[in-house]
Design a binder for this molecule. Structure first.
Ligand code: ADP
Length: 498
């Protein structure tokens, strides 16, 4: 049963005040050069939380100049690796200390359940920062055997000024995935946050300066994609770009890089990830995991298990139980305890999801439950389940990014492998089976950057994450992420007396 009442009740007052709304450039909070601001809204009500300085090209220029100076003249890349490590560790301690305020800001700006922000995401942020801090003094070059009398070595050096553009679904975690490795490797950064969720990044970056970060090393510009974001991508003094967001915007980013200075780009883009329930599955457990795989974070995950393929032998039972589970999902004010689902992030996403739901009905899928907004106010959507979904329906092909589960039926393993892979995306896949041979077959056959077997959304700091095909380029997290922020210099010296 939806907590309809909860969605309609007066919103709970968030246990935090908004302190930081300006741009953070060269260690100082400053107004936008234009003096402009934009409102950031509470997704529970659509009301204004705060007016935030709106950065555009001129502010990006200022931020890049500060980052450039901090890189070229120091002190950042010239500090010892141990010094950089200690700043990141102190930062992690400060974030840990302010766990609850930071979580409250994240929930207020994004709409995600407070319990999730406070107990999972902020602690994960801290864990990620400690993880990357650990790498700072463990970056080694090599000595290389060459033909002839030469001593050859490689230096692994920071690339320079990194431009980083992040989305709104996990503002803090996306910050950690990007800022962590960039700073650990000795780069300086200009970060462009998502216009829907600018607040938490400003708060934590203030703490990062308290932890001892020198001015100019990390600059945060709030603002919009086509203005601030595009200016960062086109900038001739930015040496590297990292982006998480939609595949459509990813293409623009790559193009802007190519047209300016060919800065290398890492991309983490959209997905339409299969979650495959095999014929031997324990249906109750499969239902629960598939539900989590899709509905977690209001369905706003790039790796959401958004095509639930269920073997025909267990299909009917699965659909019935998945529907019952969705009906039980508690939706309401994300500041309330025991709430599993808050509102979608903004009216644009909300409308887009409702359009997809209508498209699902129009294309002949069976709407088992949900299908509509919840309450009159804010961006709440009823947990929605479609059965009898066909591969060519828009709800089975396109990224909905909302609480809409699409259940498809299959007969055998070869068929489901072919169907699971027939997408331009390749971010993640889920497999649910007790059969080792089935798990091994699927794990190797699925064309995706992550395959979760009998689990989903297991995100550890050390596990690499990224996409095959149009889901992205490069890997974040883990040791692999360091490659994005280092370049290799080969140094060759002749040996006089080999
Ligand atoms: P979504 O549709 O989920 O908002 P986007 O890919 O549009 O995803 O947004 C992700 C991030 O990319 C945000 O920070 C946004 O401001 C930024 N962005 C959007 N358009 C552009 C663009 N043309 N150039 C650079 N950044 C952009």
């Amino acid at each position: 049963r939806y907590s309809t009442a909860a969605a309609l009740e007066e919103p709970i007052k968030p246990p935090v005040n908004v302190e930081y709304t300006k741009l953070l450039i060269n260690g100082q909070f400053v107004d936008a050069a234009s003096g402009k601001t934009f409102p950031t809204l509470d997704p529970r009500t659509g009301e204004v939380i705060a007016h935030v300085a709106e950065g555009d090209a001129e502010d990006v220029n200022r931020a890049v100049a500060a980052a450039r100076k901090a890189f070229d003249e120091g002190p950042w890349p010239k500090l010892t690796a141990y010094d950089r490590q200690r700043i990141l560790l102190r930062f992690a301690d400060l974030v840990e200390k302010h766990n609850d305020e930071i979580a409250a800001l994240e929930t207020w700006d994004n709409g995600k359940p407070y319990e999730q922000a406070a107990k999972i995401e902020v602690p994960m942020f801290v864990r990620l920062m400690r993880y990357y801090a650990g790498w700072a003094d463990k970056i080694h070059g090599m000595t290389v055997p060459a033909d002839g009398p030469y001593h050859v070595q490689t230096l692994h050096e920071p690339i320079g000024v990194a431009g980083q553009i992040i989305p709104w679904n996990f503002p803090l975690l996306m910050y950690a995935w990007k800022v962590g490795p960039a700073l650990a490797c000795g780069n300086t950064v200009v970060l462009k946050t998502a216009e829907q969720t600018p607040l938490s990044a400003l708060y934590v970056t203030k703490l990062l300066h308290e932890a001892g970060l020198p001015s100019g090393v990390l600059n945060v510009v709030s603002g919009f994609g086509p203005t601030a974001g595009a200016a960062l991508c086109s900038h001739m003094d930015v040496d590297k770009l990292a982006f998480t967001g939609s595949t459509e915007t990813g293409k623009i980013i790559l193009e802007l890089s190519a047209r300016s200075n060919l800065k290398p780009v890492t991309l983490e883009l959209g997905g339409k990830s299969p979650f495959i329930v095999c014929e031997d599955a324990d249906v109750d457990n499969a239902v629960e995991l598939a539900h989590f795989a899709l509905f977690f974070n209001q369905g706003q995950c790039c790796c959401a298990g958004s095509r639930t393929y269920v073997h025909e032998r267990v299909y009917d039972e699965f659909v019935e139980k998945a529907t019952a589970r969705a009906l039980k999902r508690s939706v309401g004010d994300p500041f309330r305890q025991e709430i599993e689902q808050g509102p979608q992030v903004d009216s644009e996403q909300f409308e887009k999801i409702l359009r997809y739901i209508r498209a699902g009905v129009d294309s002949g899928a069976t709407l088992e439950t949900g299908g509509d907004r919840l309450g009159e106010k804010g961006y709440y959507i009823k947990p929605t389940v479609f059965s009898n979904v066909q591969d060519d329906m828009p709800i089975a092909k396109e990224e909905i990014f909302g609480p809409v589960q699409t259940i498809l039926k299959y007969k055998d393993l070869d068929e489901v492998i072919r169907r699971a892979n027939s997408t331009r995306y390749g971010l993640a896949a889920g497999v649910f089976t007790q059969n080792l041979d089935t798990a091994n077959t699927l794990m190797r056959a699925l064309r995706a950057g992550t395959v979760w077997i009998n689990c989903f959304d297991t995100f550890d700091a050390a596990i690499p994450f990224g996409g095959y095909k149009m889901s992205g380029q490069g890997r974040e997290k883990g040791e692999y992420s360091l490659k994005n922020y280092l370049q290799v210099k080969a140094v060759v010296t002749p040996l006089k007396n080999p």
